[in-house]
Write a protein that binds this ligand. Structure first.
Ligand code: ATP
Ligand code: SF4
Ligand code: MG
Length: 334
C-alpha cells in the first residue's frame, strides 16, 4: 500500500484497495472506484476534490455502508483496525451515525418534514445515549448553540420548512454531531447556498472540528472551498486518486495536470462571487469518454495538455515525490 503520510500507523480510518462496481454497470463499464487508498487521522480535515462523476459520493456511501446491496465492493476499510466491509447490519448500527456521521448535500434528505427539528435531534440522541427527556432537550439546545443557532427555543420548535437554507444546513450539522462522532463526512454540503452562507457553514465546520476534534472529510468539486479549510486534499478522477498532499503545497504547486486544470478554474470564480456557488463553477474542457475508461494508457490522456506518446500505451504508477505527497502522472515534474 502506498501511504503519503509519515504517521499512517496511527490512522483512524484506513481505506485500502477499495474498488466499487455498481450492479447496473457490471457488464458494460468500469468500476465507480478503482483501488482507492488513503487514511484519515483523528481530528484532521481532508478535502476530496473532483469533477462530477469522479466517485466522491460513492466513496462517502462506501464509508457509511450505504451502497445498494447489489454493489460489488472489494478491498478493505479499517476503522480502528476493524474492517467495515465485514460488518453486518447490527455492527453498522454501532458505527453509522454514532462514530461516523454524514452531512448530506440536501438537508431535506436527513430531516423529516413533519417533525420539529429539535425532536428529530433528540430522537437521534435518545437512540444512542438514553437519559431523562429534560436533560436531552438541554443537550439538543447546547448542540444547536454549538453550530451557531443561538435562538435555541425557536429552532427547537420549528418544522424544517420554517427555517432558512443556512439554518437548515446548521441543523443538519447539529444532527450529525449529536453523538460526537469521530468522523464527519460532508458531501457537497454548501452547494445550494450563496457565497456568504457557504463561508458561514465552513466556519461552523471548522469550529466543530476545533472544539470536538472530529475528523472531517469534506467533499467538493470547488477547490476554492478547501483553501484555508482543509489540511489535506485528495484529488479524484474517474474513480481513482490521482494526487494527494497538504492543501498549501498542492494549491501552490499542483503536480497532476488534472489538479492544475481544476485550480485554474478558481481565479475566475473568485472574481465573481456568484460563480463560487458550486453549480456555476466553470467546467474543465472535455469529459471522460467510454474509450478513456477502457484505455491501456493514462485515463486522463484524452484531456491532458501534457500528454506524451507513452501516456497512450501505459498507465502511470503512483509516485511519492516528497513526504506527504503522491501523484500518478509520468510528467508531473514538467
Ligand atoms: N446507484 C448507482 N448505480 C449505478 N451507477 C452509479 C450509481 N451511483 C453512481 N453511479 C456512477 O458511479 C460513478 C461515480 O458517481 P458518484 O455519484 O460517486 O460521483 P460524484 O463524484 O459524487 O459526482 P457528483 O459531483 O455529480 O456528485 C458515475 O459514473 C455514476 O454514474
Ligand atoms: S500520465 Fe500523461 S496523460 Fe496522464 S496526466 Fe500525466 S501527462 Fe497527462
Ligand atoms: Mg456526489
Amino acid at each position: 500500500m502506498t501511504c503519503a503520510h509519515s504517521s499512517c500507523a496511527s490512522a483512524l480510518l484506513r481505506i485500502h484497495g477499495l474498488t466499487v462496481r455498481y450492479a447496473a454497470s457490471q457488464e458494460q463499464s468500469s468500476p465507480a472506484l478503482v483501488g482507492v487508498e488513503f487514511d484519515i487521522r483523528r481530528g484532521e480535515t481532508v478535502g476530496i476534490l473532483g469533477e462530477s462523476g469522479s466517485g466522491k459520493s460513492t466513496l462517502a456511501l462506501s464509508i457509511l455502508g450505504l451502497l445498494p446491496v447489489s454493489t460489488n465492493i472489494t478491498g478493505s476499510m479499517l476503522f480502528e483496525n476493524k474492517d467495515l466491509l465485514q460488518f453486518d447490519e447490527s455492527a453498522w448500527g454501532t458505527v453509522r451515525g454514532t462514530r461516523i456521521a454524514m452531512i448530506f448535500q440536501d438537508p431535506g434528505l436527513s430531516l423529516s418534514p413533519v417533525m420539529r427539528v429539535g425532536d428529530q435531534i433528540a430522537e437521534v440522541l435518545r437512540a444512542h445515549r438514553p437519559g431523562p427527556r429534560k436533560v436531552r432537550k438541554q443537550q439538543v439546545e447546547a448542540i444547536l448553540r454549538d453550530v451557531g443557532l443561538s435562538q435555541g427555543d425557536r429552532i427547537y420548535g420549528a418544522y424544517p420548512h420554517q427555517l432558512s437554507g443556512g439554518e437548515l444546513h446548521r441543523v443538519a450539522i447539529a444532527q450529525a454531531l449529536s453523538c460526537r462522532p469521530d468522523v464527519v463526512i460532508a458531501d457537497e454540503p454548501t452547494q445550494s447556498l450563496d457565497a456568504t452562507r457557504q463561508a458561514e457553514i465552513l466556519d461552523v465546520l471548522r469550529e466543530v472540528n476545533r472544539k470536538f476534534g472530529c475528523a472531517i472529510i469534506f467533499i467538493t468539486h470547488n477547490p476554492a472551498l478547501l483553501a484555508g479549510f482543509a489540511d489535506r486534499v485528495i484529488v479524484m478522477y474517474a474513480g481513482r486518486i490521482v494526487e494527494e498532499g497538504p492543501v498549501p503545497q498542492v494549491f501552490r504547486q499542483p503536480l497532476h495536470p488534472y489538479t492544475k486544470g481544476l485550480l485554474q478554474l478558481v481565479p475566475a470564480s473568485l472574481q465573481d462571487p456568484d460563480r463560487t456557488r458550486g453549480q456555476h463553477l466553470p467546467a474543465l474542457p472535455g469529459s471522460l469518454s467510454h474509450s478513456d475508461r477502457s484505455t491501456r494508457g493514462c485515463i486522463f490522456e484524452s484531456r491532458c495538455f501534457a500528454r506524451t506518446e507513452l501516456c497512450q500505451s501505459e498507465s502511470p504508477r503512483e509516485v511519492v515525490p516528497e513526504e506527504g505527497r503522491r501523484v500518478s502522472c509520468f510528467n508531473y515534474e514538467n
